[in-house]
Ligand binder design. Sequence first.
Ligand code: ATP
Ligand code: SF4
Ligand code: MG
Length: 325
Amino acid sequence: KQPVLELQNVSVSYDSPAGMVHAVNDVSLKIYENTIVGLIGESGSGKSTLGNAIMRLLKNNAVLTSGTIKVMGKDVYSMHKNDLRKFRWSQMSMVFQSAMNALNPVLTVEEQILDVFLSHDKSMSKMEAKKRALELMDIVSIDPKHLKSYPHELSGGMRQRVVIAIAIALDPKLVIMDEPTTALDVVVQRSILDKIKEIQRVKKYAILFISHDFSLVSELSSKVAIMYAGRFIEVTDSKSLEQPERHHPYTQGLLKAIPQLTAEDVTIEGIAGNPPNLVDLPSGCAYHPRCPAAYDLCKKVRPEIRYVDGRAIECHLYDTVQSEV
Ligand code: ATP
Ligand code: SF4
Ligand code: MG
């Protein structure tokens, strides 16, 4: 079966006054229809850069330095600009980080939604577009009267629902969601997540869900990619996260940092040390300066990807190289 998204050895760097910032380093991943894959990592690990790269909406100072990105079998970077314009939003879309604050303040919700329909389908009548906008409001559970509202008249949660509605307006196959609930309070966050799950079930989207909240991601997604210094240091099914000891030392660190609500005395251990400098990455395993299990080899040699029990893992502690599954 064809994956909806296929990343092959993708690397992205930013040109900066301090040198090249290696934000995404050699990542590979496949996402099939009707699945949610979580992408998790500390701030600055390269999550949004990867999302933007998939959409081919990288900043001007960023370059895809290696690899291929295919969506529905099509190489996003060899597409003609005009084809890309049609492809974006209709086949792949993204809820950008902080997008709810980026809605156009001078247009009503309806005007912004109609714009998506009418700019992609020149033959669509305004009547039809209005009908579709109403349906979308229903899908994301916003009272249709808010079609006439301006963004500032809506709560944060409602604005985020509008952003999600815009992302799914053309029924794309792939939806990238970059921290879609982070700025919201817990109750609103919950209701948006339930909505995302519901929409996903009905539409069978492939979703790449970016977050730094491990408990949220493991609940929502079937598979999780864990990013450190721009690399996927582990890609694992969410279920196996119930046994932290089987995972990459960094994954274990993140899991320990989740507050255990059931535990009687709550001890939250953050990961000691600082995220690496992406201009001048540490030698060997980029995690070695912070890794409690690091040993000589880790400083010298970067661990190759290994396939262990169906997980992809980059760590010297796992030296059984098995075939890819
Ligand atoms: P967060 O969780 O904070 O959203 P992130 O994982 O999404 O973080 P990115 O925004 O992808 O991280 O950034 C990855 C790295 O690239 C960071 O070191 C960041 O400083 C750097 N970076 C991002 N945008 C630019 C830019 N326009 N120019 C130079 N460096 C950049
Ligand atoms: Fe830690 Fe070494 Fe594994 Fe890197 S390779 S995670 S430093 S044990
Ligand atoms: Mg980000």
